[in-house]
Every structure is written in C-alpha cells, then in structure tokens.
Design a protein around this ligand. Structure first.
Ligand code: 1HE
Length: 264
C-alpha cells in the first residue's frame, strides 16, 4: 500500500437501515484508483447484506476528481480495458443491486466521479457542486459506464458538449439537465440525501427492487415488451405481504395520504 494513502479508502457506517459510504481520499480529491474501486465493491457488498438504502458521499472539499490519472498513465492497453471492465462490474453492483443508492455530491463531480454518481439511483447536489467530463481534454474517453448512464440521464447532445468543449455545468444546470434530482445549499447535501434514503428504506423491499431494476431495463425494451413485463411485475408486487398490508393500512385509514408539497 502507498504509505501516503489512508488505510480506509471508503468509510462505512450503518445508521439504522441506511449505510453511509464515503469516498475517503481527500488529499487526491477522491480520485478513483483501482484500490478505491475495490473499496467501493467491498462497501457495496456489505450494504447489500445489511442495509435498506445507501448514501454515497465524498470526504473533503470534493465528491470526486474521477479516474486516478497518475495510476492510469502507467497502464498498458490491456490493463486499461480490464480496469474499465472492473468499474463496469462494480458500478453494475450499485445500479442493479437490491437497495436504492443516493449520492450526495459537492465540489468537483468530474469524469469517473460523475460516472459513479450516475450509477446510483438519485443524486442530491449541494450548490457548490460542478460537473465536468474533461476526458476530451485529457485525450481519453469515459470508461466507467458514462456513455451508457450519463448519456441516458442528460442526453447525448449535452454529454457531447461537456466532452468536446470542456463545458462545466453548475448544480442548477445539472438539475435542469436531469443529472441531479435535488439542489440544496452548500453543506446540506448529506442531510437531504439522508432524509431521502430513510424514506426509500421504509418502502417495501420488492417495490424498491422493481423500481431500481425494472425501470431502467424497461427503457431499453420495445414499448410492447415493456408493457408486458410491467404487468407481471405489478401483479407479483401486489401479491407480496407488504403490498397486502400497505393497501389495507390505507383503506383502514392507518396510512398517510398523498399531500401537496409543503403540506405536512
Ligand atoms: C489527482 C486527480 C486525478 C486531483 N487523478 N490525482 N479527472 C480530471 O481530469 C480532474 C483533474 N482534477 C482537477 O481538475 C482538480 O484536481 C479538481 C478540480 C478536482 C480539484 O482542484 P483542487 O485545486 O482542489 O486540487 P488540486 O490541487 O488540483 O489536486 C490536489 C491533489 O490531487 C494533487 O496532487 P498533489 O500530489 O500535487 O497534491 C492532484 O494531482 C491530485 N489529483 N485530481 C490523480 N483525477 C473510468 S474513465 C474516467 C475518466 C475520467 O475520470 S477523466 C477525468 C479525470
């Protein structure tokens, strides 16, 4: 191990049902090395086993500066391909797991850092967050799933703009472009993500599983296949004990109503 690296590249804490996973390499702006990818994999496996939702955040002043360029520059072509494919496997564990992940981002959310955030299910940005894909300027390409995930979130034209011109998006632009779902004040992203994670953790596990696994897949299907699959998932969900209980709770006036934003 490099003696300058902290032993714990990802912090992990379970609070109630929510796992808090923190990228912990602040002196390198949470740049993602091979060891960081493995630390994320270990944390993700632990969260899958014991948590009902995850909040992912970065220690220090930035969420993540993306790919560790110092490590990358030393790699052969074969090592580069293998490295990219390992990112794909680990980020797929996040996206296609059984529990919802919510990213709380601030500062730089750049390159592979944005690819990591895009593999989670919701993103909350603090107002000081900024979003860039400087791969074009560095002579490389996205390799952590961005061409699939980021392009689906913000669209190919916007992603091409960031990659071709080095344009950097503010938190408000990122929200307008569908990269993030919430923008909050500086220093408040973790609190907001925690609030959302607690809500998501209280849903029926099967509903969460279907939301995070079926919705993205259905977008990749034909309309007819998507509707067909939806019917089966809906029927299966309705047969779970949580659904029977949830429906009865509402009908017998034990469950909350849907309220207007701002109403309690
Ligand atoms: C790094 C990295 C890194 C910082 N790899 N070491 N990503 C980028 O092209 C982003 C490059 N980084 C930056 O633009 C800036 O560092 C930040 C805007 C993120 C932060 O700026 P700042 O002023 O807070 O920090 P800094 O002084 O630039 O960096 C502090 C240290 O972190 C410094 O090392 P030091 O030994 O001189 O102290 C930097 O070299 C180091 N550092 N970013 C390695 N990325 C799967 S494919 C994905 C492809 C990509 O992700 S491409 C985008 C790569």
């Amino acid at each position: 191990m490099n003696k300058h690296e902290p032993a714990e590249l990802c912090t992990y804490e379970l609070r109630d049902d929510v796992a808090f996973i923190g990228l912990n390499r602040p002196e390198k702006r949470n740049a993602i090395s091979d060891r960081v990818v493995e630390a994320i994999a270990v944390a993700a496996a632990r969260a899958e086993a014991e948590a009902k939702a995850v909040v992912l955040f970065g220690h220090g002043k930035h969420f993540s500066a993306g790919l560790d360029l110092a490590e990358h520059v030393e790699k052969s072509l074969t090592e580069g391909v293998a490295g990219s494919q390992r990112w794909h496997v680990v980020f797929d564990m996040i996206e296609n797991g059984t529990i919802p992940w919510i990213s709380a981002v601030h500062g730089a959310v750049v390159g592979g850092g944005l690819e990591l955030a895009a593999s989670t299910h919701l993103r909350v940005a603090a107002r000081d967050a900024f979003f860039g894909l400087p791969e074009g300027q560095r002579g490389i390409f996205v390799g952590g799933g961005g061409s699939v995930r980021i392009a689906r979130l913000m669209g190919v034209a916007r992603m091409s703009d960031l990659m071709l011109t080095g344009r950097v998006a503010s938190a408000d632009e990122a929200e307008r472009w569908n990269l993030v779902q919430y923008v909050v004040g500086e220093g408040e992203a973790l609190n907001k993500a925690t609030e959302l994670a607690k809500k998501a953790a209280s849903n029926a596990p099967f509903s969460n599983y279907a939301i995070i696994n079926a919705l993205p897949r259905i977008q990749d299907m034909s309309r007819s296949d998507g509707l067909f699959l939806e019917s089966f998932i809906a029927t299966f969900a309705s047969a779970t004990p949580e659904a029977k209980q949830g429906l009865r709770d509402f009908l017998e006036k034990r469950a909350g109503k849907v309220t207007r934003p701002g109403d309690t």
